[in-house]
Design a binder for this molecule. Structure first.
Ligand code: ATP
Ligand code: MG
Length: 297
């Protein structure tokens, strides 16, 4: 390659750098509206490894960075969201288990994430693995998270703007608790073959919850994740999902990115780990869309 080629604006690399700079400037210049009342999202898809936790953590971080007060509730015994947000979640740590199975108030288990001033997390520990079974015999077993969250939000001096609940990859009682506690469902869909399989089961479950347990619940947001522009398959999934859910799918698509997958091993979101990277910019853009669409969208 000649040096002339390196500085040539028409090279793919130069175009990419210019594009990233343009996106960064657009994000820097914009402030995001804050919702008047708390928006509570359940991030759910019973398919494993589609980007639920990554999406929860990075959207929460992106919104907190813009000044919103954000709470993440880790409702997955794997505790991945707790790890990514750098909060303590060893077995003996007070956690979401003590809230849904015990009777601890949420305020007793919430921790501040070192990520951003206004980002908080309710951690999950390994004890949560038994909760599906322990919940079965409890009174109002589907409402336990809702009751605790409502009490917490009502009592918190400074209001929270967003709550994100990270679900395990199943449609068990923990996920049902999340659906009952939330008003909005955010479904991450991986841009891969089989992406849409299981989606109708998820939508049926949400409809049942809406009918019987939480009339306010609706699928407000769908986010396409792990997009690889080089594959026809990914483009096919994007157009299929957009065709089926034109209202819900965000314009922003999250690319496959090594930086996104590395960040949790440093106990960080990609936003703080490498803010200018394409993966971070995409989550910042997705967060901006969510903030601008508002609850009424
Ligand atoms: N955009 C991305 N680019 C590259 N890797 C990603 C991306 N999003 C997620 N990953 C990686 O894919 C794996 C699965 O992601 P994640 O844990 O967020 O999925 P999940 O739906 O929460 O999984 P589970 O169902 O086990 O809870 C992780 O190793 C994560 O780091
Ligand atoms: Mg997860």
């Amino acid at each position: 390659m000649t040096t002339e080629g390196v500085y040539d604006e028409s090279t793919p690399l130069a175009r990419e750098v210019a594009e990233i700079t343009r996106r960064r400037l657009a994000l820097e210049g914009a402030s995001l509206p804050l919702p008047a009342t708390t928006r509570v999202f359940t991030v759910s898809n019973q398919k494993g490894g589609v980007g639920k936790t990554t999406t929860t953590v990075n959207l929460a971080a992106a919104l907190a960075r813009s000044g919103a007060r954000v709470l993440v509730i880790d409702l997955d015994p794997q505790g991945n969201a707790s790890t990514a947000l750098g909060v303590e979640h060893r077995a003996e740590t007070p956690s979401v288990y003590d809230v849904v199975v015990g009777d601890s108030p949420l305020a007793d288990v919430v921790q501040k994430s070192p990520e951003f001033e206004t980002l908080y997390c309710v951690p999950a520990t390994i004890h949560l693995a038994g909760a599906e079974i322990e919940l079965v015999s409890l009174v109002a077993r589907e409402q336990r998270l809702r009751t605790a969250l409502d009490a917490f939000l009502a009592a918190s001096g400074e209001p929270f703007h967003y709550v994100f609940i990270d679900c395990p990859p199943s449609l068990g009682l923990l996920t049902i608790n999340a659906f009952v506690a939330a008003r909005e469902v955010l479904i991450p869909i991986q841009c891969e073959y089989y992406a849409l399989e299981g989606l109708s089961q998820l939508l049926n479950s949400i409809q049942l919850i809406e009918r019987h347990l939480n009339p306010q619940l609706r699928v407000s947001t769908i986010l396409l994740t792990m997009y690889d522009a080089r594959t026809n398959l990914a483009n096919q999934v994007v157009s299929d999902v957009r065709e089926h859910f034109p209202q819900q799918v965000l314009e922003t698509v999250i690319p496959r990115s090594v930086r996104i997958s590395e960040a949790p091993s440093y106990g960080q979101s990609v936003i703080s780990y490498d803010e200018g990277s394409p993966g971070s910019l995409s989550y910042l853009e997705a967060a901006a869309e969510i903030a601008r669409r508002g609850e009424g969208a």
